[in-house]
Design a protein around this ligand. Structure first.
Ligand code: NCD
Length: 331
């Protein structure tokens, strides 16, 4: 089981110095060693989750975790719920569809309500970029960003990094192609920052209409031709076309998009022979990825990504609540 990390031999750093953050809002806030620290913590949970039928650890017993999801989610919500429960927290889910948000309550009033219930940690997903940071500013407990608009999805990037590290052994010099609707993707924004910080060579591969301006600022090299972007890639990460965030037509048709940018077995052959295939889900089979590739027993890491999601979220919930729990070196 993860314990308070031992201080590095070469210095007198306390645990807190390894992760001096109250909230987890953006990968941009994290230094490379802070990312590595969270990956190491999660690695221990990944092993524990696989190894035992009884997965409970009660370090968050008596604490209340509120998952406030103002946008749809399957795996992120479920894995935050499982992660909190495995750590012994009382986990409460607030679904926006049935909440007073639908009655016109402002975001700040919702935040104040969550705060008044003495939550010990709040996990938030919201359709507006920056909304999670706004709430974090108003509440008295740590806040984890489970996705805000096009902006950030830090735990997704961390779980992707953990999956890559387990499969490829490290990041230095690794070529990672992030392909598809990069423009509307918070997953891509978090991943570009995270993987570049860890030493990978990151490529953003997208049609010109779906390429964010100044993608280089996020640590990626842009490619508008799929075949060029895939050449020599060690990891191919596919993204869904995020139609719900599109205002107008960005592609001629789903069929044409699949022909030019879909990951088929033929196209995957352009990447390295052992290239890993990833997708954050939900997948649109036959659009950005073919079923043969998505279900490939050795090359696809898609279910492992889901598995690592629970481990990463356990690590983040544990680390962010250490100060409140008075863990030595963190209080
Ligand atoms: C993504 C999201 O919601 O940002 N999914 C996820 O969290 N696993 C990607 C998407 O919606 O396409």
């Amino acid at each position: 089981m993860p314990q308070t990390p031992a201080a590095p031999a070469s210095s007198d750093l306390s645990g807190r110095a390894l992760f001096p953050h109250r909230h987890l809002l953006s990968i941009a806030d994290l230094k490379p060693w802070e990312i590595r620290f969270l990956l190491d913590e999660a690695e221990q949970w990944a092993r524990a989750n696989r190894g035992h039928a009884r997965k409970h650890d009660d370090r968050l017993a008596g604490m209340t975790q509120i998952n406030a999801f103002f946008e749809n989610s399957t795996r992120t919500l479920l894995s935050f719920e499982i992660a909190g429960k495995r750590l012994g927290a009382d986990v409460v889910n607030m679904a926006a569809a049935t909440s007073s948000v639908k009655k016109g309550e402002t975001l700040i009033d919702t935040a104040m309500t969550l705060n008044a219930m003495s939550a010990d940690v709040i996990v938030i997903r919201h359709a507006s970029s920056g909304a999670v940071a706004l709430i974090a500013d108003k509440v008295d407990c740590p806040v984890l960003n489970a996705g805000d608009g096009w902006h950030q999805h830090p735990t997704q990037a961390l779980l992707d990094a953990l999956t890559i590290r387990r499969r490829k052994g490290g990041f230095e010099g690794l070529v990672v192609a992030i392909c598809g609707d990069v423009l509307h993707s918070r997953v891509a924004r978090s991943n570009m920052l995270c993987l570049a910080a860890l030493g990978a060579q990151v490529r953003a591969v997208a049609p010109p209409t779906l390429m964010p301006p100044q993608v280089e600022m996020l640590g990626a090299t842009p490619f508008t031709r799929m075949d060029e972007g895939l050449e020599g890639a060690d990891v191919v990460m596919m993204l869904r076309l995020q139609n719900e965030r599109m205002d107008g037509a960005f592609i001629p048709s789903a069929r044409e998009y699949h022909r030019l940018y879909g990951l088929t077995p033929e196209r995957l052959a352009i990447a390295k022979p052992d290239a890993l295939v990833m997708h954050p889900g939900p997948m649109n089979r036959g659009v950005e990825i073919s079923s043969t590739v998505a279900d490939h027993p050795d090359r696809s890491a898609i279910t492992e990504q889901v598995e690592m999601g629970v481990a990463i979220r356990m690590a983040c919930l544990d680390v962010l609540t250490r100060a409140a729990r008075g863990v030595e070196g963190w209080a």
